[in-house]
Design a protein. Structure first.
Length: 387
């Protein structure tokens, strides 16, 4: 385990992503067919075992049937891109995302193609959004992604292109092909010159924070949020929204990453975006990212309290504990990336000094984000059974 204590200024992030986008995302996504708030599970047994006061776990394992929080981001961005395209194409500024989703303008979208690089879950959301809107979808996956995750997006009508290397290599490839073929990239990673679409992806994620605000009483506001890193889009969105919701009562914000893909940790150490070359893929596949998202970084660099990188050693055990429940807790389906926070806290049991430095003790109320369920069913079953 590695720990970097940041020196946040808690700078206002309205210039990175507008707070109005949070409300707009919730207002629109909450009208989609199949929408229901995901559960916020109280894990008191696990909290006792890990030496904290309470653990709240936002369970995204069934979100829109896609088994991941990513369902909130990619599909939402697809709809925004299509609505803006149609407003220009047919010169009608009244077209809404709901119109696009309903299929009202399907005839005007013939030949329209969206594309993205993915470790699995974001691509599934983009493919789902494309399917709902009746457009073409190209998904780029690197060789470290499991075949079952590729099949999941193919079943939604998307075409998968395999790329040698890692996630960052697949991102480079899709950028080149999109320019050549005039496709529209729907990426959850932002970079210089490409920030507009990822803002909508990030805004979609904050539906979770709005739900959490409604699911907790005032005396249950978390003292700590521990959230997965990846490129930083999720972490940045939740960090900005948590500050907007809770203000002076904002929780301490801790970003956790795999030690083999700790681009946010390394960036925080040097005070600027730093790319990490991934030589070994982490079991937490959705977090296997070597380059930070510009938007996420611009929020986290001034607002995250701590950055932590962990090994994969506790991931399988954490998944099994979640599945079985501990000390009276209900069992929860948690995929490999979903348990990063639990695995971190397990590793802290033998690192009292780091735990104290993070301010975690028997009075802490910890909010964790269960970002996925069994998005690779075969792998999940193997891990849970211990085979």
């Amino acid at each position: 385990m590695k720990h970097f204590k940041n020196n946040p200024t808690y700078a206002n992030t309205d210039n990175v992503i507008s707070p109005s986008m949070f409300d707009q995302a919730y207002d629109r996504i909450s009208t989609w067919n199949g929408y229901t708030p995901s559960p916020l599970v109280r894990l008191s047994g696990l909290a006792r075992e890990l030496g904290v006061g309470e653990i709240y776990y936002k369970d995204e394992s069934e979100r829109f049937g896609l088994k991941s929080f990513k369902a909130l981001g990619g599909a939402y961005a697809v709809i925004h891109v299509l609505a803006e395209h149609l407003r220009v194409k047919i010169e009608d500024t009244t077209i809404t995302g709901a119109d696009v989703w309903s299929g009202k303008y399907a005839a005007h979208l013939n030949g329209f193609t969206v594309a993205t690089a993915t470790d699995g879950n974001h691509g599934r959301s983009v493919a789902w959004g494309a399917q709902q809107c009746g457009i073409n979808c190209k998904i780029y996956m690197h060789k470290g992604v499991s075949e079952s995750r590729a099949i999941a997006v193919e079943l939604l009508g998307a075409e998968v292109t395999w790329v040698d290397g890692n996630y960052d290599d697949s991102l480079i490839k899709v950028k080149r092909d999109a320019i050549e073929n005039e496709w529209h990239i729907i990426s959850d990673t932002s970079y210089e010159g490409y920030t507009y679409v990822p803002k909508y992806v990030m805004a979609g994620y904050t539906v979770m924070t709005k739900e959490i605000m409604d699911q907790l009483e005032d005396d249950q506001i978390p003292t700590h949020i521990i959230i997965q890193g990846g490129v930083g889009g999720l972490a940045g969105a939740i960090c900005a929204h948590a500050a907007a919701i809770w203000g002076d009562r904002r929780p301490k914000f801790i970003v956790v990453e795999p030690e083999t893909a700790d681009c946010l940790f390394q960036s925080a150490k040097v005070g600027r975006p730093k790319m990490v070359h991934i030589d070994t893929e982490t079991l937490m596949g959705g977090l296997s990212c070597g380059e930070v998202s510009l938007l996420g970084w611009n929020i986290l660099k001034d607002n995250a309290d701590d950055f932590v990188s962990i090994s994969d050693d506790n991931v399988k055990t954490a998944m099994r504990i979640m599945a079985l429940g501990l000390g009276g807790d209900a069992g929860v389906e948690a995929g490999e990336s979903a348990v990063a926070g639990v695995a971190m806290m397990m590793e802290l049991k033998d690192r009292g000094a780091v735990k104290a430095d993070l301010g975690l003790d028997e009075n802490s109320r910890v909010l964790l984000f269960g970002t996925e369920g069994a998005t690779d069913q075969k792998l999940y079953d193997e891990i849970i059974s211990g085979s």
